[in-house]
Design a protein around this ligand. Structure first.
Ligand SMILES: [Mn+2]
Length: 315
């Protein structure tokens, strides 16, 4: 877990756009988002699976993916601090693509202080640090979310293999054309599997969530991956904690979480009714019951791994 300093101002968080050339509606909505709300923000955090497929930073002939990086680079140049955490689809994004996109590459899990500067912050500055934190500050833990699916042993095994430095290096040494073929085949199988099955995406392990809150000391956790956008209120050892799950983007809607000075996080949905005009702001999604209600092993992608060969169904 890395610590990434303090964020302030307006921060927007997105994940799971799964951008691909055969999903033009999502890409168009994303570009409008970059030219609209993102441009007004101080910082943008992309928490993984921005791309449906990323076969290596040297795949610069992929005009679609490169056009997305270029749009992000424009945003970064306009003064918005852009950060990127890899997802399970785009975990091969490296330093070269980060340079092209103008984003800061984050580790798998990042701990941040949310230093919301409000009118009272000058007075609070005189308080001891510990009291200040309870008054105004929040410790925030960011991640893609796949590492929370600890009950899904098949996926975690797949992840351990594909994230191994040697395996990654070996794959990246394959000629681009081979990697493109492999990616195409996996994607076809993934699509075939999705249309032929109602297997839902796995959810996180509540046990892993509790463990992360305890280990990090964070009171706010934000992640994506599960495609189950919601706000979950928990009590961890008597400490109130909130876990936000970011929405995936589809052809019909997208969404982001906004952190603003002195305000509670809010989910903003983007759909046909507000893409080009005002944002329609909805209250938080379902509020899940407290810890202990759901401890079932609910990240089962065994079937997906078996059928797709490489876990491509996942997130
Ligand atoms: Mn994912």
């Amino acid at each position: 877990m890395s610590t990434g300093g303090v964020i302030g101002g307006t921060t927007l968080l997105i994940s799971d756009l799964h951008l691909a050339i055969d999903g033009p509606g999502i890409a168009e909505r994303f570009i409008r988002f970059l030219h609209g709300p993102a441009r007004e923000a101080d910082a943008l955090y992309i928490l993984g699976d921005l791309f449906e497929v990323w076969i290596g930073d040297d795949d610069t002939g992929n005009a679609f993916n490169e056009s997305i990086l270029t749009e992000l680079a424009h945003l970064a140049r306009s003064g918005v601090a852009v950060h990127f955490t890899r997802g399970n689809r785009d975990f091969l994004c490296g330093r070269a693509s980060a340079r092209r996109a103008g984003w800061q590459l984050l580790g798998d899990e990042t701990l941040l202080g949310v230093g919301h500067t409000t009118a009272s912050s000058a007075a609070e500055a005189t308080l001891p640090a510990q009291e200040r934190q309870t008054v105004n500050d929040t410790t925030l833990l960011l991640m893609h979310g796949d590492t929370l699916c600890t009950e899904d042993h098949a996926y975690q095994r797949f992840r351990a293999i594909t994230h191994h430095g040697l395996v990654r290096a070996a794959f990246l040494c394959l000629p681009l054309a081979w990697r493109q073929r492999i990616a195409r085949r996996l994607r076809q199988r993934s699509i075939a599997h999705q249309t032929g099955s109602s297997t839902p995406l796995g959810d996180v392990s509540e046990r892993a969530v509790i463990e992360r809150f305890r280990a990090s000391g964070a009171s706010l956790m934000i992640h994506g991956h599960t495609h189950r956008p919601a706000r979950h209120d928990l009590s961890i050892d008597g400490r109130p904690c909130v876990r936000w799950v970011l929405p995936d983007w589809t052809e019909s809607r997208g969404g982001y979480l906004a952190l603003e000075p002195g305000q509670s996080p809010r989910m903003v949905w983007l759909d046909a009714s507000n893409d080009s005009s005002d944002e329609r702001v909805e209250p938080a999604g379902n509020v899940a019951p407290d810890v202990g209600e759901r401890l079932e092993p609910d990240c089962d992608t065994q079937q997906a791994l078996t059928n797709a060969g490489a876990g491509t169904r996942f997130g």
